[in-house]
Design a protein around this ligand. Structure first.
Ligand SMILES: NC(=O)c1ccc[n+]([C@@H]2O[C@H](COP(=O)([O-])OP(=O)(O)OC[C@H]3O[C@@H](n4cnc5c(N)ncnc54)[C@H](O)[C@@H]3O)[C@@H](O)[C@H]2O)c1
Length: 251
């Protein structure tokens, strides 16, 4: 049985991804900065365990790695935990910037390093980093968030090159806007509306957590030759440089 670690698994995309991996026969290890007891209850009868902590804490990542070592080491790591922030660049404080980089970039790095060591020792494993379309292009008022996601794609490509020869593949998914708690909070700030997003997407809808989880599972599966990609799961957002009025004429 393969063991998959999913960070940020208390809600949103992480929880849907953990459910999909469990349904596909993986042993799942859930982590989140929030308590997970009530979440673990939803995995009754499946091989699941949970450990709460902050992914940007080196001590927590060591504790998680020890938990995984006792289970025979990680086979799959999904670096999904993350935070967002909408703020003009000129009003972004160093403290906000550093917090973003700690959670969205240093955390995934620490997890790749510690669980990657276990995979390298086995000579096999797959890491999927959850970046964003915000890691592929600029989006106004998201300087810290977008930089963290661009960085995560850079880390993905570098580790894919560094570890591919030793059996460990590293890929990223780049979701478009998904209606999770993160999106509800961001939208609550008045920064954008449903129709802003729907009008921008060639496939005319938000991404669903299930769309993204399916792509994560595909990239994580054994025996793949896909390594180092940043796969958009965005209904065509990244491919489309049209202006809105032109796109809307096609509907
Ligand atoms: N929602 C979107 O539109 C969207 C689009 C593209 C990419 N993403 C990315 O998808 C991932 C999941 O986001 P979501 O939409 O499910 O958001 P969410 O806010 O619903 O879930 C994020 C989870 O990460 C956890 N988390 C936050 N900080 C943490 C920390 N320091 N340590 C451990 N866990 C922590 C939260 O507690 C939460 O459970 C994020 O990396 C996000 O950037 C989201």
């Amino acid at each position: 049985m393969q063991t998959a670690v999913i960070t940020g698994a208390a809600q949103g995309l992480g929880l849907v991804t953990a459910r999909l991996f469990a349904a596909n026969g993986y042993r799942v290890v859930l982590t989140d900065v929030q308590p997970l007891d009530h979440v673990l209850d939803q995995f009754a009868g499946q091989d699941a365990s949970a450990l709460s902590g902050d992914v940007s804490s080196e001590a927590f990542v060591s504790e998680l790695a020890a938990h995984l070592a006792a289970l025979g080491g990680a086979d799959v790591l999904v670096n999904n935990a993350g935070i967002s922030m909408i703020q003009p660049a000129e009003e972004t404080t160093l403290e906000q910037w550093n917090r973003m980089m700690a959670i969205n970039l240093a955390g995934p790095f620490l997890l790749c390093r510690e669980l990657g060591k276990q995979m390298l020792a086995k000579g096999s494993g797959a890491i999927v980093n959850v970046a964003s379309v915000a890691g592929l292009g600029g989006v106004i008022h998201r300087s810290a968030y977008n930089t963290s996601k661009h960085g995560l794609i850079g880390l993905t490509r570098t580790l894919a090159a560094e570890w591919g020869g030793r059996g460990v593949r590293v890929n990223a998914v780049c979701p478009g806007w998904i209606k999770t708690e993160m999106d509800v909070k961001d939208m609550g700030s008045g920064a954008y509306t449903d129709s802003d997003i729907v009008n921008r997407v060639p496939m005319a809808r938000f991404a669903r957590p299930e769309d993204v989880a399916a792509a994560i599972l595909f990239l994580a599966r054994d025996g793949q030759f896909v390594n180092g990609v940043a796969l958009p799961v965005d209904g065509g957002w990244d491919a489309d440089s049209s202006w809105d009025a032109l796109r809307l004429k096609t509907r």
